[in-house]
Design a protein around this ligand. Structure first.
Ligand code: GAL
Length: 736
């Protein structure tokens, strides 16, 4: 039988290239996911992560082998590595964004000690995508995703791909391709059992089997077989939708002579139909206007080495805090944890291969084709993924390469369309969907359909969370105007803005501090005004949103005053008060924004003049169906009132890798961040966890974050933060 055993723990790490005789005492113990260097959140050099490092893991087999093959499965290591077991080379991998595996069986010491060594090259290798030219993001280094041990019988299931069909009819179908591998030296005849469960735990603690099929399969010695199993008599199914992302389970088992020899464990999938047409994107037959943001997988301090919890949190932020229905994984395949969460919550995904403008030589292109294959084979069971990006982001046309990537994508996954992101319209259209980066500060009339805007804004209007109110407001309104325009164009499937979060970059880009301030949220995933615009597009049934896009100061805008007062909200009406004085009730601005589900409110004529006497606290009340449902206040006093400290999670696992975000802000008395507070905040931690990040932190934008990382012990962790002139604050986390 198969066993999957987490292999993240107990590694040794050395930040250099050492020979096999180097002493373990030179190494430091680490747990994966791991970054090869912890950095400040900006103002560092990308050379700092570019080196060769060495990882070792001493282990004894955690289970007896009993004739099984033993693999080590890496989810991702940046950017190339050689892997050795007990001094013998298992193999190499090139490319940092996709999984790779080695069969260790032949070199294992079954009853004794083993040493696995990874020589990891994290330099920006020009022979490996995305490198060779300049790139506007950083790749960082380390074995930055999970590693598992996998025991399988010599005859085992190597891959399962489920394709759903006719899902909108009363006779939905599922066609399942199962690849069985035979690593033995004789042919095997096995029984393959495939079943679909309803994905819901019933009262008896089990799941209900909807359908199952058994088929005999013969696999040649040292070969493989692919069997297609068709389920064409399924009962009606619950569709995977944005609101109710229903998932079913698909399991495959092998038996031989009545004994089960493999069971790959049920994995989730969904019944849904996603198609881009000339007149828009359709999910389950209904037109859905796509409104999204691009996401880079990098984080402050830890590069790309974010554990599952942070990956999942990003999906939640994009769906629930930024109100998006789609995310583009710019510009590479991202963490399985992130994608799993997109499946769970109903967030659509456009996933693409690694690369940025540059196309390399034949070998480089060979890696790119392998990336297409690796991405699709890894991810084609995710219901959230609706489009494959099979072109190097913003590269020039290349007929041979892109004919090949498209053909490969269609062969590996006949159920999904392809896109390929470019920034010019007179481009050879070899994909199914014309995915276009439109930096015109509008939405260009499509020359090709189906047409999806895959980037806009970005470097055209970089905006920091401590920029003045006018700039932050204009940044937000640019997003609002373009989303409005895209929403109104029948031949545009939607628009995915650049981008969700500020990100670290090379010196050829960004603001000189190795940061592109292109996010609607900052690098800590904390909102700027533009984030409020996205949030305000949430359906009010999710929650009412009411966000005045102002710092409520009399003299921060040119010439003073606050005219117009812009409020991002999904309410029907807002009522505005200055202190006790009622200014009036207002409707959303449907004139400037006729197509948005929830247009911003633009309130003119406040008559709050420079030095004007009316300046008092702001109070805004939001109404839905005539009822007040939400209220926001902003203080006119202008001095910091409190230091606020919050954690996203109050419990962590004692696995040595789990992390949560520790947010701190300096706020007015109603909890609004004060963007120009830049004093140092100092942290002390007590208990079995570490703080990751700058300490003290010189605040910028009135808000920032560190991470709290669990060790291997359970216990209570208390974090205390202090800053001059404000009351110290603490938070507590339980490590379980
Ligand atoms: C695009 C590119 C993105 C990012 C963006 C900044 O050209 O595809 O990766 O650099 O510009 O606006």
């Amino acid at each position: 039988m198969r066993s999957i055993i987490p292999f993240n723990d107990g590694w040794l790490y050395y930040a250099g290239d050492v020979t096999a005789d180097a002493l373990d005492s030179q190494f430091q113990p680490v747990t994966l996911p791991h970054t090869n260097v912890v950095l400040p959140h900006h103002n560092f050099d990308n050379l700092e992560y570019q080196f060769v490092s060495t990882y070792r893991k001493h282990f004894r087999l955690p289970e007896a082998r009993d004739g099984r093959r033993v693999y080590v499965d890496f989810d991702g290591a940046m950017i190339a590595c050689e892997v050795f077991l007990n001094g013998r080379k298992l193999g190499e991998n090139e490319g940092g964004y996709l999984p790779f595996s080695f069969d260790m069986t032949d070199f294992l010491n079954e009853n004794g000690d083993n040493l696995l060594t990874v020589r990891l090259d994290s330099t920006e290798r020009p022979d490996i995508p995305p490198y060779g030219g300049v790139v506007d993001y950083l790749t960082f280094g380390g074995i930055y995703r999970d590693v598992n041990l996998r025991y399988v019988e010599p005859v085992h299931i190597a891959d399962v791909f489920v394709k759903t069909k006719d899902v909108l009819t009363s006779q939905p179908k599922a066609e399942v391709d199962v690849k069985v591998l035979n690593q033995s030296d004789r042919p095997h005849s096995v029984e393959l059992l495939v079943y679909i469960n309803d994905g819901q735990i019933g009262a008896d603690g089990g799941v209900k089997i909807l359908a199952s099929q058994e088929i005999s399969v013969t696999v040649p010695a040292g070969g493989e077989s692919i069997t297609t199993v068709l389920f064409d008599r399924l009962p009606p199914v619950r569709l995977w939708t944005l609101e109710q992302p229903n998932r079913y389970g698909l399991a495959a088992e092998l038996s031989e002579n009545g004994m089960t020899i493999d069971d790959n464990g049920a994995f989730p999938f969904g019944f849904r139909e996603a198609v881009f047409r000339d007149d828009g994107f359709y999910l389950n037959g209904e037109k859905v206007k796509l409104r999204g943001l691009n996401r880079h997988q990098t984080y402050p301090y830890i590069g790309a080495a974010a554990p599952a919890r942070l990956q999942r949190k990003d999906a939640d932020i994009i769906k629930y805090e930024l109100g998006c229905n789609i995310v583009r994984t710019s510009h590479y395949p991202q963490s399985p944890h992130f994608l799993n969460r997109c499946d769970e919550i109903g967030l659509l995904v456009f996933e693409e291969i690694p690369g940025w403008q540059h196309i390399g030589d034949r070998d480089w292109q060979g890696i790119s084709l392998r990336d297409v294959q690796g991405m699709i084979e890894r991810d084609r069971n995710h219901p959230s993924i609706v489009l494959w990006g099979v072109r190097i982001n913003e590269s020039q046309d290349n007929e041979a390469l892109y004919t090949a990537t498209n053909a490969l994508a269609h062969q590996l996954d006949p159920t999904r369309q392809t896109g390929g992101v470019r920034y010019f319209q007179n481009s050879q259209f070899l994909e199914d969907v014309f995915t276009f980066n439109d930096f015109s500060n509008g939405v260009q009339e499509p020359e090709h359909t189906p047409h999806l805007v895959t980037e806009f804004n970005g470097h055209m209007f970089p905006t920091k969370s401590w920029d003045n109110e006018e700039r932050q407001l204009e940044h937000a309104l640019r997003h609002a105007r373009i989303q409005d325009k895209a929403a109104g164009m029948g031949n545009v499937c939607g628009a995915i803005g650049w981008c969700a979060f500020d990100y670290n970059t090379h010196r050829e880009f960004g603001s000189g501090d190795r940061m592109c301030y292109h996010g609607v949220s900052d690098i800590f995933r904390l909102p700027k005004f533009a984030a409020y615009f996205y949030e305000s597009q949430l359906d009010p049934s999710v929650r009412p949103v009411l966000r005045p896009a102002t710092f409520w100061t009399m003299g921060d805008r040119s010439a003073g005053g606050i005219n117009p007062l812009v409020i991002f909200s999904n309410c029907d009406e807002v009522e505005v008060f200055f202190g006790d004085e009622r200014f009036g009730k207002f409707q959303p601005d449907r004139q400037e924004f006729p197509n948005l589900p929830h247009p911003p409110f633009q309130i003119w004529g406040l008559n709050l003049l420079w030095g004007g006497h009316k300046y008092a606290d702001l109070r805004v009340v939001g109404y839905i169906n005539g009822q007040p449902v939400i209220e926001q206040r902003m203080e006119s006093y202008g001095v910091p009132r409190a230091l606020v400290l919050e954690v996203d999670d109050v419990e962590l696992h004692a696995d040595g890798a789990d992390m949560t975000r520790l947010v701190f802000k300096i706020v007015d008395k109603f909890g609004n961040r004060l963007p120009y507070t830049n004093q140092p905040v100092t942290f002390e931690i007590d208990g079995p966890a570490e703080l990751i990040g700058e300490n003290p932190f010189a605040l910028m934008g009135g808000q920032a974050a560190l991470y709290v990382k669990a060790r291997h012990e359970a216990g209570t962790v208390t974090i205390r933060a202090t800053t001059p002139r404000l009351v110290p604050v603490t938070v507590t986390i339980q490590i379980q």
